[in-house]
Design a protein around this ligand. Structure first.
Ligand code: SF4
Length: 578
């Protein structure tokens, strides 16, 4: 046994360096059953346990790290390592050859850092962090040295970096090294947008905003929730609400664009929600994000409100005031209010080419440069093409039943100063083409991929396709549209479109990306009891993370196949803007 372990360790030590108390060690020998001469101090044992548990948060991106961590944990229980200095308690490891491990897709330099802070000092009534909704690992705060290593190995061209842990995002300004880390980001990527800065805003005083502005281009997502300090304090329980509310005007003064976020929790009166939206509109937010209140059975064991009633009231208020606003509203989940696949304009960013051309909320784009567009995806594709060519675009739109022509000027240049769309020194946001805000397009390419998978399984007689409450209608429209295209044929009679309830999360969750494998297993078992046994199940891939197809509980989608006993295929689907 001891020889086997030593041989395995020999292989492992080609990949990792062992650590004791934060220092690298070179073990000479492993003694099975032996005990360290001096037991490790309690704080080190606690540290190992904490760090080891933390390894679990890497499993989505790189389960091999978890495997190594588990192996070391087993060895720690079975015996002792000896180094030249005597017995040592191994309490961590470092990966060798980091350039090999820098192979994980990170869209932005900020994304390569992972979570900046897993802690939050507020206690919002609606926070999902209460209750063990998914697997929970000890929170952590990104330190300077790890940030420096991550930045060193990030390749902005290939958009690849080191594996990062998946953690709940907390309050970033609780990280005392935050501004120093951001300065290191700026040095590594002099022109990159520093985004992914999501904050409750209560630390954004005048001095902090001034220092943030020195790092421009910077983009912030900041929670307002209520522009009334007393109501905000009652809802968020974080303190310093006057600072948080004042932060919006400070960001404007310093030319930092931001998304202002509101969760219209039912304890906040509807009139206050409307006032808060108007507050953000007057403060020239880039977008106003409204997260329709959601809860899970873990965060709120007793439902704080019923069914869709509250969402319906909010929806009616939003639709009433929307035409009066100059700021687009980003409603999440976006398909609740708008379930259509046409190129419906959901708003235009203030001071953008679309804004100056007079495009407005509710317009439907029919053609771009004379080319008909049927869906948002089509319209976005044509607009991307025009923008890449450095040209404007001629649109034909439908407004109040009449066709009109709208001419978009070419998109802005880096030197142009048009807050909030594009302050000086910023590049136009590639997702907001000419400043047009579309909600998530229904992914027609996913339906095309689904058709391909079905063709690869001619033997399948009964095919179950999983969708969501909000996606079901859109899916059927998309299918109807594609069935009209020549060459696209699908054996519709074999297909059953079905919605798996969110049993694990419960509450009023409707977004498919928040499913877990057990939701699908239980739903398929239920269908079986009702006499339906599919031999091929197609599931949107967006409920899994990383390349290993693991759900938020760390369970593989292949477990569905194993438990149900029929073939399961993932249909490539992008996560929705939650
Ligand atoms: S600010 Fe965000 S993370 Fe903090 S308690 Fe509120 S919802 Fe949760």
């Amino acid at each position: 046994m001891a020889r086997l372990i030593r041989r395995q360790m020999g292989i492992l030590l080609r990949v990792i360096t062992l650590e004791a108390g934060g220092a690298a060690i070179q073990p000479l020998w492993f003694g099975l059953g032996a005990r360290p001469a001096r037991p490790a101090p309690a704080n080190l044992r606690a540290k190992f346990l904490r760090e080891f548990q933390h390894m679990g948060s890497y499993q989505y991106l790189e389960p091999r790290l978890l495997m190594i961590g588990r192996l070391l944990e087993c060895l720690r229980r079975m015996g002792v390592f000896l180094s030249a200095q005597g017995p040592v308690t191994v309490d961590g490891f470092r990966l060798k050859n980091l350039s090999y491990w820098a192979r994980y897709h990170c869209e932005t330099v900020m994304g390569s850092l992972g979570c900046l802070s897993g802690y939050c000092n507020a206690r919002c009534e609606f926070c999902f962090r209460y209750g063990s909704m998914f697997q929970r690992f000890p929170h952590r705060i990104l330190c300077r040295s790890e940030a420096r290593t991550r930045l060193k190995y990030y390749d902005p061209e290939a958009k690849k970096g080191l594996p990062y842990p998946v953690d709940d995002t907390g309050e970033i300004f609780l990280n005392r090294a935050l501004l120093e880390i951001l300065r290191a980001v700026r040095a590594r990527a002099p022109e990159a947008l520093i985004d992914d800065l999501t904050t409750h805003g209560n630390f954004l005083d005048a001095e902090t905003v001034r220092r943030l502005a020195e790092l421009k281009p910077v983009f912030v997502v900041i929670s307002l929730n209520s522009a009334d300090p007393a109501l905000r304090a009652r809802l968020m329980r974080g303190g310093r609400d006057e600072v948080g509310i004042r932060a919006f005007s400070l960001l404007r003064e310093h030319g930092i664009p931001y998304i202002g976020s509101i969760v219209p929790w039912p304890t906040i009166p509807l009139e206050d929600v409307e006032n808060s939206i108007r507050f953000l509109d007057a403060a020239e937010a880039y977008l106003i994000r409204i997260c329709l209140p959601s809860f899970t059975r873990h965060s709120h064991p007793t439902a704080p409100f019923k069914g869709w009633e509250h969402w319906e009231k909010l929806g009616a208020m939003i639709e009433r005031i929307r035409p009066e606003l100059s700021t687009p509203l980003l409603i999440q989940p976006s398909w609740y209010l708008r379930r259509e696949i046409r190129a419906h304009v959901d708003g235009v960013i203030r001071n953008s080419p679309a804004f100056h051309a007079g495009l407005r909320f509710g317009d439907v784009i029919l053609s771009v440069q004379g080319k008909a567009v049927l869906t948002r995806q089509d319209a976005a594709g044509e607009l991307v093409r025009r923008r890449r060519q450095g040209r404007g675009a001629r649109l034909m739109i439908l407004r109040e039943g009449k066709r009109r022509r709208v001419d978009l000027a070419e998109d802005l240049r880096a030197a142009d100063d048009c807050y909030p769309y594009k302050p000086a020194g910023y590049q136009p946001d590639p997702r907001m083409l000419f400043g047009i805000h579309f909600i998530d397009p229904f992914p027609l390419d996913s339906v095309v991929a689904m058709a391909r998978i079905i063709r690869e399984h001619p033997e399948a007689r009964r095919i179950a396709v999983m969708t969501t409450v909000l996606g079901e209608g859109l899916f059927r429209k998309a299918l109807g549209l594609l069935m009209q295209s020549p060459g696209f044929n699908l054996p519709l009679r074999k297909i059953r479109v079905t919605v798996a309830p969110h049993r694990h999360l419960g509450g009023n969750i409707v977004v498919g990306d928040l499913h877990v494998a057990s939701d699908y297993i239980e739903h398929l078992e239920e269908l079986r009891r009702l006499g339906y046994r599919p031999d091929l199940v197609l599931i949107p891939s967006s409920f899994t993370m990383g390349e290993w197809g693991l759900d938020a509980l760390g369970r593989s989608y292949l477990d569905i196949e194993r438990e149900i006993g029929c073939r399961v295929e993932l249909v490539p689907t992008r996560p929705v803007k939650m």
